[in-house]
Design a protein around this ligand. Structure first.
Ligand code: C2E
Ligand code: MG
Ligand code: MG
Ligand code: MG
Length: 283
């Protein structure tokens, strides 16, 4: 009786694992051809200066629409692409495309201070990564000092000399670095004093509810103070209401990003958004 129970439990477990495994296989197989089939796109989400209310930059967010699977969230496919190594190719595509999307428009005076691109630790650790970035900037003509790379704490966790060298080389190139999802990792904070980081990006998981959750508010306030004492800039993601935006501004946070200001959108919609009078009303 117990044995039968045990076996059926085991069977269930087995089926789930199998489903999980085959989903991964299907996704990674489909991803491999997504670039050549033109299924990838980039959406750009505006970043807003909280004092000025001005549009200051964008974050490039990868989008994948597969004809067979529909729209797949990067939260689902990025981890798989990292496992298979496919992220190197995807990430290269994003960087090149984002830089070329903005080079002409920026020169025309769109107010863009910085273009931010997310970076996987796998890309970052590839030998020759800095040369690759330099190449893309040369090829596209996008100005080095307007590019920002968003890294997560997991990229820095080992803190080796190699990582430090890569970061310094990027900084020397004029590219700025920010720590994405700051506060969600478990890494030592000692890196803040030795790495060439420009900004900390507060994760949406403790930004969105600062107006109602005292713990979140305390945490966010603490991170902003910490950043300031290190001379770092701060940006909050997941700003969904005016109340939260105002509160962040009072706490001294420099920039905000979130649905309250704008959702991620394709390049054409972004151009419309930036030029619409509605932006001024909203901010
Ligand atoms: P992330 O870099 O932390 O990006 C922020 C995520 O929050 C984005 O999700 C964005 O659409 C979402 N978001 C923005 N404003 C709000 C808001 O007000 N409320 C809420 N609830 N969410 C908001 P998305 O686009 O699904 O991307 C998820 C993650 O996938 C990103 O997190 C990033 O880690 C990764 N990712 C996206 N594009 C790339 C890429 O090109 N390369 C790499 N390596 N990772 C990427
Ligand atoms: Mg990011
Ligand atoms: Mg983030
Ligand atoms: Mg995040």
């Amino acid at each position: 009786e117990a044995k039968r129970h045990g076996r059926s439990r085991y069977a269930f477990f087995d089926i789930d694992l199998h489903a999980l495994h085959s989903e991964r296989c299907v996704l990674s197989e489909e991803l491999r051809s997504a670039i050549v089939r033109g299924e990838l796109n980039i959406h750009y989400q505006p970043k807003i200066g909280l004092s000025s209310g001005a549009f200051v930059g964008v974050e490039a967010l990868l989008r994948w629409h597969s004809p067979t699977l529909g729209s797949v969230s990067p939260a689902r496919f990025v981890p798989i692409a990292e496992e298979t190594g496919c992220i190197v190719e995807l990430g290269a595509w994003v960087l090149r495309r984002a830089c070329s999307d903005f080079v002409g428009w920026r020169a025309g005076g769109c107010g863009l201070e910085r273009l931010s691109v997310n970076l996987s630790p796998i890309q970052f650790r590839m030998p020759g990564f800095v040369d690759f970035v330099r190449e893309v900037l040369d090829e596209t003509g996008f100005p080095c000092d307007r590019l920002e790379l968003e890294l997560t704490e997991s990229t820095l966790i080992e803190g080796t000399d190699e990582i430090l060298r890569t970061l310094n080389d990027l900084a020397e190139l004029g590219v700025s670095l920010s720590i994405d999802d700051f506060g969600t990792g478990f890494s030592s904070l000692s890196y803040l004093k030795k790495l060439p980081v420009r900004a900390l990006k507060l994760d949406k998981s403790f930004v969105t509810n600062i107006d109602s959750d005292v713990n979140d508010r305390t945490l966010v306030d603490g991170i902003i103070r910490l950043a300031r004492s290190f001379g770092l800039s701060t940006i909050a993601e997941g700003v969904e209401t005016k109340a939260v935006s105002d509160m962040l501004h009072q706490m001294g946070c420099d920039q905000g990003q979130g649905y309250y200001f704008a959702k991620p959108m394709d390049l054409d919609s972004l151009k419309d958004w930036v030029s619409s009078a509605d932006v001024l009303k909203r901010l």
